[in-house]
Design a protein around this ligand. Structure first.
Ligand code: C2E
Ligand code: MG
Ligand code: MG
Length: 693
């Protein structure tokens, strides 16, 4: 161990050398000696001894106390006073120097030794404590935490500047009573804060830690985390508690945002399905306790929303959904919940209603609100919705069941044409279940291609020859046998399954057309029906072009049939697609003409080639004169703008004769040929050709 170096400041030479001798005997090194205050400071600064013995009386301007003070504050070297006087005045004067000992002359060597040992030890401890405090305060400053220190005996609390700054206060602006702090805590967090604090003070928890809201001086609440630790006496009673405070507002807000986003719809900000079901379940539980209060669930699905989305684009669809969401909110009371379940489906929990008539009033209000024009980009829409309503009764115990039945009622409203509301009854349950099953089966049918295409020939009235055939799909259902389109096309359309189904039909029909052409029917074509969804498919032209090149069928070997309602939805788009098809050589027919908008002058703008008069008019021939004149007018006008006219549903000779007389181009119907399998049509084409040759 290194020897301790001691400096002596003593004006009496004799005493100084005595002390020096004692020190050397005790094993210390004499670092130096001075008899004047000024010298002492200068030498101590140079030599840096481990300890200085200072006589209170020194020669020169500075006395021992001033010297000791200087050494203490500038050099941090421990000082022990030596003095002949121990009166109160001298002692009091000496205090500010913060010396580590006081020896009264004359003293013995062992007193000297004990004083020096103690002083060095205490000085070392103080240094370590100061270093650790500095480290701690640096860490606190780096962590940006505030500090509090509570004297439990006096009930005084100290806050660091940062602690107060966090809350927007300056020193002295917050009282030193802890209640001045506690009263700023958010009322909802007060109780839990107290419980946590008290249980730590009582010793039940190893430390105190609590996150809570506290009021900033600007009136707003911020989130803080407080941690603390009580200091206890040997009996375990706390007498002091100190801790930190960190601002966690940013983290809390982010957490709240995440929690909010998890149960809300990003587009409309409405509660999502999870939150809706949660609230509904709560409502159910509440009713269990009071059987008399009634509530209802509404399921809302926009009519033909997919058309908006497909034809005007998703951005416009989104805009419509946001509008609808805010309109729905307008129709409801504060306690009701409106939620967006998915896509264009919304659900409403009517928290309290008197009876079903109140629910129907609200449904009417909603329909009224929705109907007001929504401007979508440049397009005006009058959104309508199908609404299903279910009233609570004791048989319900699960939120999901209520929602399922409201959904079934909505489906029923939709199946009746939409734009209406239906109250749930049990029979709807079965039909909804059927629909769900059908959807599942359709998916499987797509995978296994359970399609059977029948072809119905279309004849020229000029020479009676078969010119082409319409492809009509049938579903070869593994259990229910052959199903007609009306039993599944709508569901396929609603679920989007029509896209894969339609593509499979287009492919197969094109392959078949190619077969017939190669068998010698060189100008024969096959006409395929396209649904709305297929037509709205932005890749339609590309898909058709691919099918043609894969099958090797020339464009004029394929025709497509669309209905008016599909064509007039978005004029610009329709024209673009029809032009695209025309460039492939594919002609497009307007199917079921007469049942819809039916304005030939309006149709002029579309590059259409064929018009099919709906069978309902054909069947009116010889029955209804109005229909007859309509057919005549259609044929005349269609011919005038260069359209081929086809009559479908020809069942009677008289109908055929009428159409012949009025110069209809082509006919199709049971009278001339039913829809039949491709093989059968192949045979009859064979016969016809043989007859011709
Ligand atoms: P559509 O395109 O108007 O087809 C004509 C419908 O009339 C066919 O019914 C056909 O079998 C029937 N029909 C033909 N001749 C006569 C007749 O003389 N008298 C009567 N009363 N009916 C006759 P189908 O096959 O049941 O098809 C019904 C509808 O289903 C079709 O009407 C078409 O809109 C749709 N459809 C058929 N196949 C497909 C398809 O592959 N894709 C799409 N998207 N729709 C299809
Ligand atoms: Mg058709
Ligand atoms: Mg038709």
């Amino acid at each position: 161990m290194q020897k301790v170096k001691i400096f002596i400041a003593e004006d009496d030479e004799v005493i100084a050398s005595n002390i020096a001798a004692s020190l050397e005997k005790l094993g210390y090194i004499i670092a130096g000696h001075a008899d004047r205050g000024e010298n002492t400071i200068q030498k101590v600064e140079e030599i840096k001894p481990d300890l200085v013995l200072v006589d209170i009386h020194l020669k020169g301007q500075m006395n021992g106390v001033a010297v000791a003070k200087h050494i203490h504050s500038y050099f941090e070297i421990p000082v022990i006073f030596i003095s002949a006087h121990a009166d109160t005045l001298t002692l009091n004067n000496a205090l500010p120097a913060q010396a580590y000992g006081f020896l009264i002359k004359p003293f013995e060597a062992r007193e000297l030794k004990s004083n020096i040992t103690m002083a060095l030890y205490k000085h070392d401890m103080t240094r370590k404590l100061r270093e650790s405090e500095e480290r701690y305060s640096l860490a606190v400053r780096a962590a940006n935490d505030g500090i509090w220190d509570w004297n439990l005996k006096t009930n005084d609390i100290y806050y660091s500047i940062r602690w107060m700054d966090m809350l927007g206060y300056k020193e002295g602006e917050i009282g030193t009573n802890p209640n001045d702090w506690f009263k700023l805590i958010h009322p909802d967090d007060q109780k839990a804060f107290q419980v946590n604090l008290i249980s730590h003070l009582k010793g039940s928890t190893s430390h105190f830690e609590y996150e809570y809201r506290i009021q900033h001086s600007n009136g707003r609440y911020i989130w803080v985390l407080s941690r603390g630790l009580a200091v206890r006496d040997p009996k375990g009673s706390p007498y002091r508690m100190a801790g930190s405070q960190s601002d966690i507002t940013a983290r809390k807000l982010a957490e709240e945002r995440l929690a909010h986003d998890a149960v809300h719809d990003a587009l409309t900000g409405l509660p999502n399905r999870v939150l809706f079901l949660d609230r509904l379940q709560n409502r159910l539980e509440r009713t269990k306790r009071n059987q008399n209060d009634l509530f209802a669930v509404m399921f809302i699905d926009l009519d033909r929303f997919k058309v908006v989305n497909d034809s005007l684009g998703h951005a416009v669809g989104d805009q419509l959904l946001v509008t609808i969401a805010s309109r729905l909110k307008l129709c409801l009371r504060l306690d009701d919940t409106v939620s967006r379940l998915s896509g264009d489906e919304f659900a409403i929990l009517l928290d309290v209603i008197k009876d079903h008539s109140e629910a129907s009033q609200i449904a009417d209000r909603i329909r009224g609100q929705l109907k007001t024009t929504a401007m979508l980009g440049a397009v005006e829409r009058f959104p309508t919705a199908s609404i299903g309503v279910v009233l609570f009764n004791k048989s319900y115990s699960k939120a999901e069941d209520l929602l399922r039945d409201a959904d079934a009622a909505m489906y029923h409203a939709k199946s009746l044409g939409g734009n209406q509301y239906q109250l749930f009854d049990n029979s709807m349950h079965t039909s909804a279940v059927k629909l769900i099953r059908l959807e599942g089966e359709l998916k499987r049918a797509v995978e296994r291609k359970e399609w059977l295409i029948h072809y119905q020939p279309i004849f020229s009235l000029v020479d009676g020859k078969p010119m082409g055939a319409e492809a009509l799909v049938r579903w070869l259902h593994p259990k229910r046998g052959i199903l007609l389109p009306k039993e599944f096309i709508d569901v396929a359309e609603d679920t989007g399954l029509i896209l894969p189904i339609g593509e499979q039909i287009l492919q197969e029909a094109s392959i078949q057309a190619k077969v017939w052409r190669e068998a010698g029917n060189t100008e024969f074509w096959v006409s395929v029906n396209l649904s709305a969804r297929q037509f709205q498919d932005a890749n339609l032209v590309e898909k058709i072009s691919n099918i043609l090149s894969i099958t090797g069928l020339p464009g004029d070997g394929l025709r497509l049939e669309i209905t008016e309602s599909v064509a007039i939805r978005d004029t610009e788009y329709t024209i673009k697609v029809l032009n695209g098809l025309e460039s492939l050589g594919v002609k497009t027919s307007l199917d079921d003409f007469g049942t819809g908008y039916s304005s030939i002058s309006y149709l002029k703008q579309f590059p259409l080639k064929v018009l099919k008069i709906d069978k309902s008019f054909i069947q009116d021939i010889k029955i209804n004169e109005k229909s007859e004149s309509l057919i005549k007018a259609i044929i005349t006008m269609a011919r005038s703008i260069g359209l081929e006219v086809v009559a479908e549903g020809v069942e009677e000779e008289e109908q055929l004769a009428f159409l012949n007389l009025h110069l209809c181009d082509q006919v199709q119907g049971y009278l001339l040929g039913h829809p039949i399998a491709a093989d059968e049509l192949t045979k009859s084409l064979q016969i016809k050709r043989n007859k011709l040759s």
